[in-house]
Ligand binder design. Structure first.
Ligand code: ATP
Ligand code: MG
Length: 407
């Protein structure tokens, strides 16, 4: 049967003219009508939910609403009761019998977003319900049955999680049978033009802003940027530029100015949020260190402003105003300043922060952030709020190359 991808595109609202997006549309067309579970992967903001909706819309189950569950947003303690329901009195606060999402989604589609965040114990139960449709409510021993079509999504590299024993291999194999991978926006820049047109039109329609279009040079400039936040970032960017340059035809200069601002932006605020307790020690540790660095950075910037000291080449723009005898701290943080956690991870002692030089912290932060992002320099640079070029220079300056390779 010849499937009209243009029609499917129109009906599902999936924008794009690139070959890559048409490959995605082709896969949707193939898998949507069949009751098979699908794993949708891709970086944050690249359209995983849009694709999941497209699949549901073109399935036999489209007459019922898709049930969406964000596995990353439900606290670990209640996720099973949310997914599978519970029996009255099965735990404190369970005052009524309750249906879970899988029961609600009977005869429909369930979208398990951020599946990589599901706790290991829950993964066993997910595998069972995926394979047989069977599940039990929390506090009950009666096996129930549900007829759901599962679409799961993640921006994590599940095979990496499997290696780290954070994701079950059997569930991974089960899920990845049908995998729709959505390429990042930077790898399909032809789509930027149609995205800009659509987002700009939608925005003018709802905000009564005069729209005179983007100059070809402006679009060309946007194609050079790497869009780590993908389509979501592009959409916000278009809206921002339209507000700031109200009623103007958008030029390359305007785009450059705004993009330079984005590139120079400090670390996003959400890194300053409290650390979820279910994070791995390593993750929690890097958060703590980064947080300490942020407050140190703020303090030192304040001191620098007071002393009007010139900027040096440090990552954090801090001049080495520490006394010379502090220089003996080497490689990279003195052992006495480190605590070793239960699972053998070094953690900088709280009360040692005052004794450590900015450069040592900087080096440590780079090493750990690189390790955290599996040596992905783009992500590391972004997370540390510096340009990739600065990061490369720092890696060279601190001679971190061999160290990174070893990890
Ligand atoms: N191909 C597309 N066509 C139309 N809109 C899109 C497309 N891709 C993404 N978008 C829009 O971009 C934004 C982000 O998309 P979506 O929420 O699907 O991303 P995601 O991959 O689920 O992101 P996250 O990993 O952060 O959850 C939404 O506003 C969505 O409407
Ligand atoms: Mg999403």
């Amino acid at each position: 049967m010849e499937i009209d991808l243009h029609r499917l595109q129109k009906q599902s609202g999936i924008i794009g003219t690139s070959e890559k997006i048409f490959e995605v549309l082709g896969m949707i067309a193939q898998v949507a009508p069949v009751d098979i579970s699908v794993l949708v992967t891709g970086e944050s903001g690249c359209g995983k939910e849009v694709v999941a909706r497209g699949i549901h819309k073109h399935s036999k189950r489209s007459f019922t609403p898709m049930v969406t569950v964000n596995c990353g947003a439900i606290p670990e303690g209640i996720i099973e009761s949310e997914l599978f329901g519970h029996k009255k009195g099965s735990f404190t606060g369970a005052s009524e019998d309750r249906k879970g999402y899988f029961e609600q989604a009977n005869k429909a589609t369930i979208f398990l977003d951020e599946i990589g965040e599901a706790p290991l114990e829950t993964q066993v139960k997910l595998l069972r319900v995926l394979e047989t449709g069977e599940y039990m409510r929390v506090g009950e021993s009666k096996v129930r049955y549900t007829d759901v079509r599962v679409i799961a999504a993640t921006n994590k590299n599940l095979s990496e999680l499997v290696k780290k024993e954070l994701f079950r291999q059997d569930l991974y194999y089960r899920l990845k049978t049908v995998n729709i991978h959505i390429p990042s926006l930077r790898d399909r820049v032809e789509d930027i033009n149609p995205f800009v047109e659509r987002f700009a039109l939608e925005f003018t329609r709802s905000n009564e802003i005069l729209y005179r279009g983007f100059m070809p040079d402006a679009i060309r400039k946007m194609k050079q940027y790497d869009w780590p936040g993908n389509v979501r970032e592009l959409k916000n960017f278009v809206e921002k530029v339209m507000v700031l340059e109200k009623g103007e035809r958008i030029t390359e200069e305007m785009v450059s100015r705004e993009l330079d601002d984005v590139i120079a932006e400090p670390i996003p605020d959400n890194l300053k949020l409290p650390i979820p307790v279910d994070k791995s020690t390593e993750q929690a540790e890097i958060d703590i260190i980064l947080r300490q660095l942020f407050s140190l950075k703020q303090d030192t910037e304040m001191i620098r402003a007071i002393l009007s000291v010139d900027k040096d080449s440090s990552l954090f723009g801090v001049s080495p105003i520490l006394p010379k005898d502090n220089l003996k701290i080497i490689n990279p943080v003195n052992e006495k300043n480190l605590e070793v956690t239960e699972d053998g991870q070094p953690l900088i002692r709280d009360d040692a922060i005052g004794e450590i030089r900015m450069k040592d912290l900087e080096k440590e932060a780079i090493i750990r952030t690189l390790r955290f992002f599996n040596n992905n320099r783009r992500k590391t640079a972004r997370s540390l709020g510096v340009s990739e070029r600065t990061l490369y220079r720092k890696i060279e300056d601190y001679n971190l190359e061999p160290k990174i390779k070893r990890n």
